[in-house]
Design a protein around this ligand. Structure first.
Ligand SMILES: *Cc1c(COP(=O)(O)O)cnc(C)c1O
Length: 495
């Protein structure tokens, strides 16, 4: 062997040790981030596919033709299940965020080419995914968020209609939304958009490979069956069960889709023609997703979706049956949120964040979501999110026990308060006089509120942290969280 600085076995041992500290990716203990089919053979198949394409460069499907074939077949599958005609074309991207970014960039450029001037608007409900905040920020659109009913997470069609004018480059509806699993009024909005000549994107990042089989495929049409829908994003690395790094963006109309591309022959190297954001890229997620989709086929998806649906129905009933909690709105798809039930006396209420912290002590991780003020002054309450996967069904007895016991433990406890911390920080915050802290000051503030800015990570109880995030001005909260994450990857200096 050549001169390695370290023995490969030792390196892999260290990696295995590091991996032991991670949250479990399999078995249904983590109800967000990971989408476990429960089929070990699928993971093995994906690993083998990844290995087979490991050295390829996804930059150039003319040199590496296997990439074009796999991509073409995956797009064909997505187009079929989302009822696209032959004028629907697509791209495999690295994830939902990239699909959403590209949908917005395309719409902006189409809008400009059609004579739009000034700042284009991106119209969506408050529940729209943060990827669209990012897209508006990256591509210079004004994000116009339509308030939703704070109790249900549902936007009113009238409110969207009132704001849908020619300055809108893209209206986005969700199938369903991430925070509350709201199935937006897609048919109504798509029809209005078509009438007014506005592009309409359906964000089916989370629902795209589950809703086609949800209720046996009996949902009202939300995909390319609606003529007003111009693009759809659907994540292969969610309910496509692929490892992270794969999503599909479908667009109606070749000419529209060509606006997604970036091409240049005006530099000294090879001609660049990129449908996506990256240049050189891995073919691994594509190959893994392609292998999994081939293995499952529509029947496999139908079966996995049915399993997740049974578990979701059961868990919605469990949470609705817990005194002091309520399921938010009318969720559609394998996810939902729980919020406090204000119809019971204060001493019988369950704060969803205290509950999530208690559930964690019982071995399950559910996701805390902060409350949010909307443009009309109403406030969407804080909640806790659960994403349900096929493996959740086998966990139902243990999970139900955990959810119920945790609620009993925290019932009557009020929402965590950030008042104490805010009071202590008050003079310091005033010292910034409206400017944001620099990295040293931000690290100092984090240390002052007891959050390890030294790579030690988050406290075991997240409810107080979420309360702080809700209480701080968003720009300051964002700056502090940026500092926290940035410090996490700073090299550790010995001494
Ligand atoms: C997950 C998700 C996204 C973003 O996807 P990433 O794959 O995390 O980048 C966008 N929209 C919705 C509704 C999602 O659930």
């Amino acid at each position: 062997m050549t001169a390695f600085a370290q023995n490969p076995t030792d390196i892999l041992d260290r990696l295995a040790e590091l991996r032991r500290a991670d949250a479990p990716t399999h078995g249904g203990r983590v109800l967000s981030y990971v989408y476990d089919s429960g089929l070990a053979e699928l993971d093995e198949l994906a690993a083998a596919a990844i290995r087979a394409v490991q050295p390829l460069n996804g930059l150039d499907p003319t040199t590496f033709s296997s990439i074009a074939v796999m991509e073409r077949e995956l797009i064909g599958f997505a187009r079929e299940v989302l009822h696209g005609d032959t004028d629907v074309v697509g791209t495999i991207t690295t994830g939902g965020t990239e699909s959403c970014l590209l949908a917005v960039k395309t719409a902006r450029d189409v809008w400009r080419a059609a004579g739009g001037t000034g700042v284009p608007r991106l119209l969506a409900a408050t529940t729209v995914h943060a990827a669209f905040h990012k897209a508006a920020h990256y591509f210079g659109l004004e994000l116009d968020l339509v308030p939703v009913d704070p109790a249900t997470g549902a936007p009113a069609v009238d409110a969207i209609a009132a704001r849908l004018d020619p300055s809108v480059a893209l209206v986005v509806v969700s199938a369903p939304s991430y925070p509350t699993a709201t199935f937006d009024p897609i048919a109504e909005v798509a029809a209005l958009a078509a009438e007014r000549g506005v592009a309409c994107h359906v964000d089916a990042c989370i629902g795209g490979f589950a809703l086609p089989w949800w209720r046996g495929g009996g949902l009202p049409a939300w995909d390319f069956r609606l003529p007003g829908v111009t693009s759809i994003s659907a994540d292969l690395h969610k309910y496509g069960y692929a490892p992270k790094g794969a999503s599909v963006l479908l667009q109606r109309g070749r000419d529209r889709q060509r606006m997604q591309y970036f091409a240049t022959t005006r530099w000294m190297g090879y001609p660049v023609v990129n449908p996506t954001m990256l240049g050189s890229k891995s073919a691994a997620p594509l190959a893994a997703a392609w292998a999994i989709v081939n293995a499952l086929g529509p029947a496999g998806f139908a079966q996995l979706t049915a399993t997740a649906e049974r578990a979701t129905v059961a868990l919605v009933a469990v949470v609705n049956g817990i005194e002091g909690l309520r399921v938010v709105g009318d969720p559609v798809g394998p996810l939902f949120a729980a919020a406090v039930d204000e119809s019971v006396p204060a001493d019988r209420r369950v704060d969803p964040h205290r509950w999530a912290d208690a559930v964690r002590q019982h071995g399950f991780i559910i996701q805390l979501q902060p409350g949010l003020s909307q443009a009309d002054g109403t406030r969407v309450p804080h909640s806790t999110h659960l994403t349900i996967t096929p493996v959740t069904e086998a966990q139902l007895p243990a999970l139900t026990e955990a959810l119920v016991a945790a609620a009993d433990e925290v019932r009557g406890m009020p929402q965590a308060s950030a008042d104490g911390i805010l009071e202590a920080l008050g003079p310091v915050l005033e010292g910034f006089g409206g400017t944001l802290p620099d990295s040293e000051q931000a690290a100092g503030l984090l240390a002052a509120v007891g959050i390890g800015a030294d790579g030690a990570g988050l406290p075991s109880e997240l409810a107080p942290l979420l309360a702080l995030i809700e209480a701080l001005p968003p720009a300051l909260a964002e700056r502090l969280l940026t500092e926290l994450l940035a410090r996490l990857v700073e090299p550790v200096v010995a001494g």
